[in-house]
Design a protein around this ligand. Structure first.
Ligand SMILES: NC(=O)C1=CN([C@@H]2O[C@H](COP(=O)(O)OP(=O)(O)OC[C@H]3O[C@@H](n4cnc5c(N)ncnc54)[C@H](O)[C@@H]3O)[C@@H](O)[C@H]2O)C=CC1
Ligand SMILES: O=C(O)C(=O)COP(=O)(O)O
Length: 516
């Protein structure tokens, strides 16, 4: 498992598991990822936003937000786009994903990027993203982002941990019935003019056993739905999870494969789940059983599946995700993408869908709102609640009675002595409130300081940047968020000697060596 995958596959899941079973809330992370949560935070600045003191909250802005440039790829839902445009950000929305080279061209210019499961934000791409401060994954999976490199560059990553879980679970239910009744083959035959009324090899699902691999948000939701339709549910997970209904945990993947009539995969893409189901595992499945994959294309060894289907070992399969997927709608699904495509499409009772597990109106608008809201809160207020690669830090709002407050955000390498040095720089101002937390090698400090004269901002900023230069390898990103009423626009910052808007400062500083 790469560290990046470890961050999302391991920590988040563990956090949720612990919060489920113990009902503890030792960190914002724990409660945020808990399934019962109905997390829907309104955009910053909206009338009912944030804290109990919301009536008195003063809106923070990095600068004239018309200058925030956002690139959205892969057809992000309008509900999300509207929130970003509503903030005055410049939003470019593209329906497909981009090739790595096209992406590099585009990403250099933007502070915010929104993607879905297809766009790969690799180390190479991120190294070119000199202005980027935040990534929004408008989906569940974050395996397409090099989370560690992003964190090392001070770029926060947000996702939507469960807004499309129900949509995936419902799709799986439909696939179980469709496979059991050979529905898609019958439909295709009739589309081609052939009447073929058969009952041989067609089954009810009542009383059959569903084996769920990965009992997280989607797996556990599926468990409840399948049981309500009379199926017996068994599951296997690397973590100890709470069984829902009468679902039964089995000790190993092998036990599950040996017992299940239907096997449905709901694990993240990690190095451990690569080819989780290959020839060896297929051989352990019951004769005439069914395999369903709505997780990630890397989880099944497809040539082995093709072989198991041809031999009759598998009575059917449903595949929604593929190792290589087309960039956008209308693109070809051919051997050019995956060398075995022609063999796969020629098989009987195989349902193939174009990665639509989470593609419902409900899921996409909910994801649009959730992720855009998180992006706005991060850009405008520095809050990292829900971030998948950064410590989760938030402070209550700056209130209207605070005339000259500045919010300092300092993302730095997690080494001894930094806080002392930062507070030394902030020494001449009252620190109204401050929070710091770390995750791995990255630490995140947020402080609201008062009585800051306009002319002092530059010195503060430069001192923090100089501190950043001391780290080897360098990790130190400063963002200053300003109360609108005090420093209303970019020109006043220019007057204060700051060459560009505050949110861009840390990135500009990159060229001067303050930011890796
Ligand atoms: N087809 C589609 O459109 C969609 C696909 N997905 C995929 O589904 C995956 C699962 O989503 P959620 O249920 O929300 O994730 P989750 O994180 O809530 O649950 C995943 C579960 O898998 C378990 N797990 C990890 N490695 C395992 C292994 N080797 N063996 C057994 N269990 C293992 C984890 O402990 C966890 O309980 C996502 O990571 C994403 O890749 C998610 C949404 C839509
Ligand atoms: O949420 C996920 O992880 C998914 O796989 C859905 O991805 P999509 O938004 O359809 O690209």
């Amino acid at each position: 498992m790469t560290p990046a995958q470890d961050i999302t596959g391991g920590v988040n899941t563990l956090a949720r598991t612990v919060s489920n079973s113990l009902n503890l809330s030792t960190s914002p992370n724990l409660s945020f990822h808990s399934p019962p949560s109905t997390f829907r935070q309104p955009p910053p600045g909206s009338t009912n936003a944030l804290s109990t003191a919301s009536q008195l909250a003063k809106q923070l802005k990095p600068f004239d937000t018309k200058d925030i440039k956002v690139l959205l790829l892969e057809n992000v839902n309008e509900a999300g786009i509207d929130i970003l445009r509503g903030q005055g950000y410049q939003v470019e929305a593209i329906k497909s994903s981009l090739s790595e080279d096209q992406l590099i061209e585009k990403i250099r210019d933007v502070q915010v990027i929104g993607i879905r499961s297809k766009t790969k934000l690799t180390e190479r791409v991120l190294k070119e993203a000199k202005n980027l401060i935040v990534i929004g994954c408008f989906c569940i999976g974050t395996n397409q982002v090099d989370l560690q490199t992003a964190a090392q560059q001070g770029i926060a990553v947000f996702n939507s941990p469960f807004s499309n879980s129900r949509s995936v679970a419902e799709l799986v239910i439909s696939e179980i019935i469709a496979l059991a009744r050979q529905l898609t083959d019958r439909s295709m035959e009739l589309h081609n003019g052939t009447w073929n009324k058969v009952s041989k090899g067609c089954w009810e699902i009542r009383g059959k056993t569903l084996g769920i691999v990965g009992y997280g948000h989607i797996g556990s939701q599926l468990s409840v739905l399948a049981e309500s339709m009379g199926m017996n549910v068994i599951y296997y997970d690397v973590l100890t999870m709470m069984s829902l209904g009468t679902a039964r945990n089995v000790a190993s993947l092998d036990d599950l494969l040996a017992e299940a009539d239907f096997v449905s995969l709901h694990v993240p893409a990690t190095s451990e789940t690569k080819n989780l189901i290959g020839a060896k595992e297929l051989a352990k499945m019951k004769d005439g059983s069914y395999l369903i994959n709505n997780a990630r294309g890397t989880v099944i060894d497809i040539p082995a599946l093709i072989e198991a289907s041809r031999s009759g070992k598998l009575a059917g399969a449903a595949i929604d995700v593929f190792p290589h997927e087309p960039a956008g709608n209308g693109d070809y699904f051919s051997n050019d993408l995956n060398s075995w495509t022609k063999d796969l499409v020629g098989l009987k009772n195989i349902i193939l869908t174009p990665h639509i597990g989470g593609s419902t109106e409900e899921a996409q608008s909910a994801i649009g709102v959730e992720v855009s809201t998180a992006l706005v809160r991060y850009v405008n207020e520095g809050a990292t609640l829900g971030a998948v690669n950064m410590p989760e830090v938030n402070l209550r709002s700056v209130t209207v009675d605070k005339e000259d407050d500045v919010r300092v955000i300092y993302i730095h390498k997690n080494v001894p002595g930094v806080l002392r040095q930062v507070n030394g720089i902030l020494l001449h101002h009252n620190i109204d409130k401050q929070m710091s937390d770390s995750r791995g090698e990255v630490a995140y400090l947020m402080a609201d300081i008062s009585d800051v004269k306009e002319g002092e901002i530059r010195d503060l900023f430069q001192s923090l940047q100089e501190l950043s230069c001391k780290f080897t390898p360098k990790l130190g990103v400063t963002r200053l968020l300003i109360c609108n009423s005090v420093y209303p626009n970019e020109s006043s910052l220019l007057d204060a000697g700051i060459e560009c808007s505050v949110a861009r400062l840390p990135i500009e500083a990159d060229a001067r060596g303050g930011h890796i």
